[in-house]
Structure formats: structure tokens, C-alpha cells
Design a protein around this ligand. Structure first.
Ligand code: FAD
Ligand code: MLT
Ligand code: ZN
Length: 487
């Protein structure tokens, strides 16, 4: 029972065969676009924690089709879950009961690219890696990168306001998305696919959809400002002896590398041990073990200039014992390998059976203490250990430290209520006490909908509820998620 104590909204209609006939007509009677069997992939989330019972997946090819589908669903009170790559980590992209899944997978065309301004316009269903490969051919880069790039869609990224590995350099999607095409719950197409960097005419409505996780409208097109692709990229992978030294390395890397610093990521020792098992590697980039590792990336336009800067930073950091060991990528392959040791932690955290993921923002000085305190608590409750009898294998910390974003992953052998109630609301209370956010970048989805109050005030939550009522009065879009919207 993955959705205990939850009631299907009574005002939602049950799907009938007439509805399916109607959707088939809208989708040109193409059987590949109306799926009624083998729906496990769509019903289940990436972490296999949540499983809904949808019996219908629609895969429109055009914005007009999305509009027709939503109009019909709104008129008939049929609930809909928008789904992109289904890589979300908070159970937001899957149905809870029998909601229709609307997959954006077939809206996958690049619409236009302007190589003077760097503005890309594309369908929401373009896979992030494909968008970036297209941009690379034109000498540009997508201003977002994350471990799920091979599967997630740019529309899904915008819907979750994904942060990722280079937010430090390129900022959040709230800055780089210039416009959106969105289908509202009643089928209205809101076209604001702008190419303007500056536009102060009225409310910036597109911002509402960025990070709204499919609760206000379905994003069908994205206009995004893309930077020039850096010609010189370098990666240093460093071993560090204390969390204080990690923070020092961050401050000094900004001093020494300034405009060429493009990522500052950190991982603790146990996260690297998990990656080693996951990647089935005998050795690690650094021979000796260190309590912490950092990955620093530089991106610039002149390799010699950037190399000199990186070398002088590393010299300073070694001489002053901020960093005790390190390796710098010598070629593109090594660079990818070093990044892989960071990016693989997310998947590695699941190898023992499952994982409880907490994605939090906290002022940097307090960040790692959350991992330590959680370990103590798990041990006080006798839940963590090396042998099978303990449900928890390990608690690891890693993430985008340059952005004040920690990923606390509790790797478990099995999901259990005992572990869950040991961690929650403890972790959320800890975060509130330290003035943090309970969701730095993954969103609320199903997992965190009951906990938004730890990061947002009642006034803010009420305004959100009013907005939902305005945009989606019948609550058909992504119901039971985000916050407790009810009629
Ligand atoms: P989905 O998972 O399909 O959907 C996510 C949410 O958006 C759902 O609520 C869905 O209903 C809604 N939605 C999807 N498409 C639309 C649309 N077109 N219109 C309206 N609503 C929509 N996240 C980060 O922020 N940073 C990371 O570094 C990061 N690393 C990851 C690494 C791995 C290995 C994995 C598996 C995940 C990672 N994630 C990360 C989480 C996830 O990849 C992101 O949240 C991603 O942006 C989700 O995109 P998606 O296409 O898979 O969307
Ligand atoms: C990452 O940065 O690797 C992911 O956002 C973390 C996760 O999977 O928890
Ligand atoms: Zn992350």
C-alpha cells in the first residue's frame, strides 16, 4: 500500500470506453499514441517507491492535441498527470489513482535556434542531452546539466525548476528561461515563447510555471537563453580532510578562479564507497581515502589562461593544507570519468535496495552536520549497521555545495515505516531550525506535499491555493501532489 489514507477526489469522473474513443480521435486514431496496456513504466516512479493505477497513457504529438485533451478532461472532470522523462525523485510524475498520464515524449522537436542571441526554442519533450548536443554543434551549451540528462526532458526540467551541476555558473532556470508555451487546464494555449531578455510589461507569468510541477498547466514549448559553449574545460578531483577545509576550498576557489569556476561539488567518503561498488571499479581516482572529496570544474575561453589559474589555486590549496591530494583531468575521457564519480552517487545510493532522499538547502557552515546528526539518530534507534538485520546500510552526504545544496541519502536494504518515522519529521524539523529549505531542487511532488509548512508560511501557502483555484478550479492537473489543494 503506497498511498495509505488517501481518498480519490469524489468529483473526478471514472474513465469510460467513450472517453478512450474520443482521445483516439483527437490523436488521429494512432494506436501508438493511446496506450492502455503495459503501463508499468508510466505508473511507477524512478525510485520505485510510488505506484499508481492509471489505465491510460496519451502521447500527443502537437500542442493543439494537448489542448484538445485538456479541454475534454476539464469539461469531464478527468484528472491528468503530465509526465516527461519520469526521472523526478519525489513521486510527482506518476498517477496516484486512475489519473490519465499525458506523456510529452512525442513533442520532441527543436523549433528554432538563433546563434547570435543564443536563444533556443524547442518542444518541451526534447531530451536534455539531445538539446545540449544540438547546441554543441552550434557552439552553445544548455545552461543546465544533471545526472539524468539522458532521460529527462527540458519541459520536465522547467516544470521542476531543476538545479543540477552548473547552477553556480549559469544560475537557475528562473533566469535563463525567457518564455514558455503552456496549455492551461481548460485547453487555452498561453503562448509567451518570447525571445526577449528584457520585458517589463506586467506580471512575469511564466515564472509561475517554472517549478510548479504540473499543477497549473502543461508546458509544451520552452524558449531558453543558452551561453556560448566554453572552449576550455578542466576538472580537478580533490581529497579533503575536514568539512571546514571543504568550505575553505570553496572560498579560495572563488578567489583564485573567479569567472572560470563552473562547478563546485562535494562528496563524502561513504558516497564514494557506494559509487565504487555501483561502478564496479577496483580503484578510485585518489588512491588514499579522505573524509571528503570535491570536484571543481573550470570553463573558459583560453586553456593556457585557465590552466595557470587552476594550477595557482591548487598550489595555494596544497601548501596551506586545505586540500591533501588531487588529480586534474588530462583529457576529455578523464574529465568524463571524474564527473562520473560525482554523477553516479545518485544511482549508487539505491544499490542495497532503496533510498530515502533528502534534498536540502542550508547555510553552508551547518550543511554537513545534518548527515552526522542523522547517523547518530539512526544508530540510537538501532536501525543502521553492516549486517542484514539492520534496515539502513548507510547515510551519505554529497551535492552542490557551491549552491548550499546538500543531498542526504539514506541507503536502505528495505523500505520500512520504522526508518521513515525515525527520519521524518526529524530531518524537516532540523532543516527548519537551521533556516533551510526542505526541497532545494527536486521539488515537492507526492513525497513532500505534507511538509511544505516547514519552509513556507501560511500566508504563502494560502496564496498558492488561491492561484491553483484560479488556474485549475476543478483540480484536474496533477492532483494529490505539491500541497494539499482541495475543493
Ligand atoms: P518528470 O519526472 O517526468 O516530471 C517531474 C514533474 O514535473 C512531475 O510533477 C510532472 O508531473 C511535472 N511535469 C513534467 N513535464 C511537465 C510538463 N511538460 N509540463 C508541466 N509539468 C510537467 N534534479 C535536480 O534538480 N538536480 C540534479 O542534479 C538532479 N540529478 C538527478 C540525477 C539522477 C540520476 C536522477 C534520476 C534525477 C536527478 N534529478 C535532479 C531529478 C530529476 O531528474 C529532475 O527533477 C528533472 O528535472 C525531472 O525531469 P523529467 O523530464 O524526468 O520530469
Ligand atoms: C544529484 O545531484 O546527483 C541528484 O540531484 C541527487 C539525488 O539523486 O538525490
Ligand atoms: Zn542534485
Amino acid at each position: 500500500e503506497v498511498y495509505p489514507s488517501l481518498k480519490r477526489f469524489e468529483h473526478f469522473k471514472r474513465l469510460t470506453s467513450d472517453d478512450i474513443v474520443h482521445f483516439k480521435q483527437v490523436l488521429d486514431n494512432d494506436d501508438n499514441l493511446v496506450l492502455t496496456a503495459d503501463l508499468d513504466f508510466f505508473n511507477e516512479d524512478h525510485l520505485r517507491k510510488y505506484k499508481g493505477q492509471s489505465s491510460l497513457v496519451l502521447k500527443p504529438k502537437t500542442t493543439e492535441q494537448v489542448s484538445k485533451i485538456l479541454k475534454y478532461c476539464n469539461e469531464n472532470s478527468l484528472p491528468v498527470v503530465p509526465q516527461s522523462g519520469n526521472t523526478g525523485l519525489v513521486g510527482g510524475s506518476n498517477p496516484v489513482f486512475d489519473e490519465i498520464v499525458l506523456s510529452l515524449a512525442n513533442l520532441n522537436k527543436i523549433r528554432s535556434f538563433d546563434n547570435v542571441s543564443g536563444i533556443l526554442k524547442a518542444d518541451a519533450g526534447v531530451i536534455l542531452e539531445n538539446a545540449d548536443a544540438f547546441l554543441a554543434e552550434n557552439g552553445f551549451i544548455f545552461p543546465l546539466d544533471l545526472g539524468a540528462k539522458g532521460s529527462c526532458f527540458i519541459g520536465g526540467n522547467v516544470a521542476t525548476n531543476a538545479g543540477g551541476l552548473r547552477l553556480l555558473r549559469y544560475g537557475s532556470l528562473h533566469g535563463s528561461v525567457l518564455g514558455l508555451e503552456v496549455v492551461l487546464p481548460d485547453g487555452t494555449v498561453l503562448n509567451s515563447l518570447n525571445s526577449l531578455r528584457k520585458d517589463n510589461t506586467g506580471f512575469d507569468l511564466k515564472q509561475l510555471f517554472i517549478g510548479s510541477e504540473g499543477t497549473l498547466g502543461i508546458i509544451t514549448g520552452v524558449s531558453v537563453l543558452c551561453p556560448t559553449r566554453p572552449k576550455a574545460v578542466n576538472v580537478a578531483f580533490l581529497g579533503v580532510e575536514s568539512y571546514e577545509a571543504v568550505q575553505k576550498a570553496f572560498t579560495e576557489s572563488k578567489n583564485y578562479l573567479s569567472e572560470i569556476l563552473s562547478a563546485f561539488e562535494f562528496m563524502d567518503l561513504n558516497s564514494q564507497k557506494l559509487s565504487k561498488e555501483f561502478l564496479k571499479q577496483k580503484s578510485h581516482p585518489l588512491d588514499e581515502e579522505h573524509p571528503f572529496y570535491i570536484l571543481i570544474e573550470t570553463s573558459g575561453s583560453n586553456k593556457d589562461h585557465d590552466d595557470v589559474k587552476l594550477e595557482s589555486f591548487l598550489e595555494y590549496a596544497m601548501e596551506n593544507e586545505i586540500v591533501s591530494d588531487g588529480v586534474v583531468a588530462q583529457d576529455e575521457t578523464q574529465l568524463k570519468t571524474l564527473w562520473n564519480w560525482r554523477e553516479s552517487v545518485s544511482e549508487a545510493s539505491t544499490i542495497y535496495g532503496g533510498v530515502y532522499k533528502y534534498d536540502v538547502s542550508i547555510p553552508i557552515q551547518d550543511l554537513y552536520r545534518l548527515v552526522e546528526d542523522v547517523k547518530v539518530r539512526l544508530s540510537d534507534f538501532n536501525l543502521i549497521g553492516e549486517t542484514e538485520e539492520f534496515p539502513v546500510k548507510d547515510a551519505i552526504g554529497y551535492g552542490h555545495i557551491g549552491d548550499g545544496n546538500l543531498h542526504l541519502n539514506v541507503a536502505v536494504r528495505r523500505y520500512s515505516k520504522e526508518v521513515e518515522s525515525c527520519l521524518e519529521p526529524f530531518v524537516y524539523e532540523w532543516i527548519k531550525k537551521h533556516n533551510g529549505s526542505i526541497s532545494a531542487e527536486h521539488g515537492l511532488g507526492f513525497q513532500k506535499k505534507n511538509y511544505i509548512g516547514y519552509s513556507k508560511s501560511d500566508i504563502e501557502i494560502n496564496l498558492m491555493k488561491q492561484l491553483k483555484k484560479l488556474y485549475d478550479p476543478k483540480l484536474i492537473l496533477n492532483p494529490y501532489k505539491y500541497i494539499n489543494f482541495d475543493k
